[in-house]
Design a binder for this molecule. Structure first.
Ligand code: 13P
Length: 284
């Protein structure tokens, strides 16, 4: 298996993108820090996009800049879409059967792992429901996995990465999130399986640093922040009068959106460089 899962110590931010523009904005940020990254697509975005065009764009961009960008299918519940992502050369997939009873989650996860063997791509699975709303997935209670369930799941599935509910949530936090580092540490004493942290939006830098200090934490997901940055870009255009009828220039508006997403992604990726001054470019 030759993908990000096989790199020993590298850790990744995974940004949810939905089209070439959003992909380009986060990739520009990664290129400035010379950091590899994961671009993930929700099932809805995956279904809507031109997969061939996206795959080509990402490969071409990687070739030109030397950064590696991996495509990942996020929170998927349908085998046919997982199969399609594999056929479209996505680099990894997620089966999210976390709302099902443990035995069903194990069975479905193994079914996906078996199906993905042919494509040699890693499978992310989820245990304990991560709360919040992620497109069609909506969980109200703050999710925290049971340690015993995690152990059973790891022993009985062939998942390559595990998203564990440790107190983070998708979307905007209502109060300060309470992360269960004790659970994370217990899990890491039990297994070396690469761990995925969902619900990255709204976590502060200190929390990110703490999470990144665990070498088993391989991937941290950011979705809502990408959408909020897109929205901020539009507002910035409005503030500058770029949406006025007489001054409307689509290039200026898309430029604001690009810069806003790129800035947000740079701030996150700076944490991987251990660089406090995230506003400064390493190079053009
Ligand atoms: P946020 O929307 O909270 O950043 O969560 C992203 C995520 O975990 C996607 O799977």
């Amino acid at each position: 298996m030759n993908t990000y899962i096989s790199t020993n110590s590298e850790q990744y931010f995974a940004f949810n993108i939905w089209d070439i523009e959003s992909a380009k904005a986060v990739m520009d940020a990664a290129a400035q820090w010379k950091k590899n990254l994961i671009l993930q697509t929700s099932t809805k975005a995956f279904q809507q996009m031109d997969k061939e065009e996206m795959r080509f764009f990402v490969a071409n961009y990687s070739g030109n800049t030397g950064i590696r960008a991996y495509l990942h299918l996020d929170h998927c519940k349908k085998m046919n879409l997982i199969q399609e992502a594999a056929r479209c050369k996505w680099d990894s997939v997620m089966i999210d059967a976390s709302e099902l009873p443990l035995e069903e989650n194990i069975r479905l996860t193994n079914e996906v792992c078996d199906a993905m063997k042919e494509y040699e791509i890693p499978v992310e699975a989820e245990i304990g429901q991560i709360s919040g709303a992620e497109e069609d997935v909506c969980v109200k209670e703050a999710g925290v996995a049971r340690f015993e369930d995690v152990c059973t799941f790891v022993k009985r599935t062939n998942a390559d990465m595990l998203a564990v509910a440790v107190g983070t949530a998708h979307g905007i936090y209502q109060g300060a999130p309470k992360l269960h580092y004790d659970l994370l540490e217990r899990i890491m004493r039990f297994t070396h399986i690469p761990l995925v942290i969902h619900g990255g939006t709204g976590l502060n830098d200190e929390t990110f640093r703490k999470l990144l200090s665990y070498k088993n934490v391989k991937k941290i997901n950011i979705s809502t922040d990408v959408k909020l940055a897109y929205r901020s870009g539009i507002y910035e255009s409005i503030r500058k009068g770029e949406l006025e009828e007489t001054r409307f220039d689509p290039l200026k508006v898309t430029g604001e959106i690009h810069d806003s997403i790129c800035k947000m992604a740079k701030e996150k990726l700076a944490l991987l460089c251990g660089n406090k001054n995230s506003g400064e470019k390493v190079e053009k």
